[in-house]
Design a binder for this molecule. Structure first.
Ligand code: GLN
Length: 539
């Protein structure tokens, strides 16, 4: 079948949920039996999201192949329940790097290198590569940023050319904009949306579908007006009011027959529709839960909660399937550091379970260690993720094995007890593997200890989980810590790397060197999050 291309642009404002909209289109088309692949273009001159500050951009989402990407890729994977790869994340830096490398090696045969065709061709080659490599029926490409951004023009021009290259019937443009509400006159305003479509038209693109995001109900008269001013069919002007959960978006778009519109415009024959599983998940959201659990996330990026996006989504998804109401509480690690034992107890007592997610650097880590100590001693279900696992190891070494100066060499390179450190052979391997980066990135196999609680969660011996870290558990401390009761619940298949630790005689104390949150999806919730929430509920 000829690949169909859907391009999603945004207008008026950023942060409208363009990624969720794109992912929802994928979700709907997948439910019609099509093979979907998704891709995001970002304007930044960075090569990937690995170096972006989480406090500014939110979480770095990691794929199986180790690509460090924008958090929208997390939406894509959760909505289309498919593991993506490096073809799915393209930043301007990659485009220019490729062009400059070709220029230096003489591949352009003396030609003048220009925005058109060289930059646009490089962009289009990424579109075609994603389509060919994934063998998808439909490729959905989201253009980051907002139409009119100076930095995004090469992407817009490239997707304009796509219609010319692959034909009218194979390309669909979806534009997501916003209808602001004026309190004084109590009305929605369509003008900014119209202007952003005009900007798009000035760049040669006539959108086929308009998604009108709004915080208030959109009247049919408004839809009519926007259709008239933009030349988009009335039926294809779809209001999308803010909802209590992003997971409802596919069903709302379906209600407005987006599947039919796409099918008609792209000449895609829809197959039997069965978004049954997804509807079942949504029904769960809508059934009022009987119980509430309160889970505390101990973090340091308190001003930017998107830093922990996949963690909070994994907890929410697990809670939805358990039919419990989840209250997420944020515990500021730095605040804990400054608190007395009594104050810490007062804060921690509020929660049914505690999660310490990943992180880097020294800020707040002693606070996280205090939270872990409390959870261990008071038998509060605890889930540690990456740094959370390393800090749990340090806490155990200091307070149970009594090696008070234990630390990670990330914080104190001279610590007498480096329970978390850099393994020289490991670092060398990573340097060879990751183009000079020394982080362990992407999916690695892990063998579970059959006697562990973790094994009971997964119910299988061999798992693959995604990593993003530099430091590892120091094998020199394995025996001492095991003697003191630490359970090594999972290792690399060669037994060299400790991947999971847990404690006996505790309702749930599991910490992983990897990030299970990157693999938890509405239709395949992660077993560790499910068991964690279940135990919190029992507590
Ligand atoms: N800072 C730790 C390391 O680099 C943990 C990283 C993380 O939590 N993602 O090993």
């Amino acid at each position: 079948m000829q690949t169909k291309f859907i391009f999603v642009t945004g207008g008026v404002l950023s942060g409208l949920g363009k990624g969720v909209t794109a992912a929802s289109i994928g979700n709907i088309l997948k439910s019609h039996g099509f093979k979907i692949w998704m891709q995001k273009f970002d304007q930044y001159l960075n090569i990937d999201a690995g170096t972006l500050n989480p406090e500014e951009h939110g979480e770095v989402f990691v794929l199986d192949d180790g690509s460090e990407t924008d958090l929208d890729l997390g939406h894509y994977e959760r909505f289309i329940d498919t593991s993506l790869d490096k073809t799915s994340s393209v930043m301007s830096g990659q485009i220019y790097q490729a062009i400059l490398e070709k220029e230096r090696s003489g591949k352009y045969l003396g030609k003048t290198i220009q925005m058109i065709p060289h930059v646009t061709d490089e962009v289009k080659s990424r579109i075609f590569k994603a389509a060919v490599d994934s063998k998808c029926d439909v490729l959905i490409t989201e253009i980051g940023g907002t139409i009119g951004d100076y930095e995004g023009t090469h992407f817009v021009e490239a997707i304009r050319q796509m219609k010319h290259d692959v034909g009218e019937d194979n390309v669909l443009y979806v534009h997501v904009g916003f209808l602001p509400y004026l309190g004084a006159s109590q009305e929605l305003k369509g003008r900014p949306m119209q202007f952003s479509v005009h900007d798009l038209q000035a760049m040669g693109i006539q959108p086929d579908v308009l998604i009108c995001r709004s915080d208030h109900p959109v009247k049919p008269s408004m839809v009519k007006k926007i259709a008239l001013f933009t030349g988009v069919e009335e039926e294809a002007v779809i209001p999308l009011e803010t909802v209590n959960t992003i997971y409802k978006v596919p069903l709302i778009l379906e209600k407005y027959h987006l599947d039919q519109i796409v099918s008609r415009k792209l000449k895609l024959k829809l197959k039997n529709q069965s978004n049954k599983e997804w509807s079942k998940f949504i029904q769960k959201i809508d059934t009022s839960p009987k119980k509430t659990i309160k889970i505390g996330l101990v973090g340091k990026y308190m001003a930017m909660k998107d830093t922990y996006f996949s963690v909070t989504e994994s907890l929410k998804i697990a809670a939805i399937w358990q039919n419990v109401k989840l209250e997420l509480g944020w515990i500021d690690a730095e605040q804990l550091e400054k608190s007395s034992k009594q104050e810490i107890a007062k804060i921690m007592k509020e929660y049914d379970a505690i999660c310490v997610p990943g992180g880097f650097g020294s800020r707040g880590i002693e606070g996280k260690i205090l939270a872990i100590e409390y959870a261990r001693k008071h038998k509060i279900p605890f889930l540690g993720l990456c740094y959370g696992m390393q800090l749990a190891t340090i806490e155990f070494t200091r307070n149970v094995a009594n090696l008070k100066s234990a630390n990670t060499t990330e914080i104190n390179p001279k610590t007498p007890h480096p329970v978390i450190h850099i393994m020289p052979d490991q670092e060398k391997k990573m340097l060879e593997h990751n183009y000079g980066g020394s982080m362990r990135l992407g999916a690695y196999p892990c063998k579970l200890n059959k006697k562990s609680k973790t094994y009971q969660c997964y119910k299988k011996e061999s798992i693959f989980e995604r990593h993003r870290h530099r430091y590892e558990f120091n094998n020199q401390y394995r025996e001492i810590l095991e003697q003191k009761g630490l359970v090594i619940a999972g290792t690399s298949p060669d037994n060299h790397l400790v991947e999971i630790i847990e404690l006996k005689n505790h309702p749930f104390f599991i910490a992983t060197q990897f990030h299970p949150e990157f693999k938890s999806r509405p239709l395949s919730p992660h077993p560790l999050f499910v068991e964690f929430v279940k135990t919190a509920l029992k507590n």
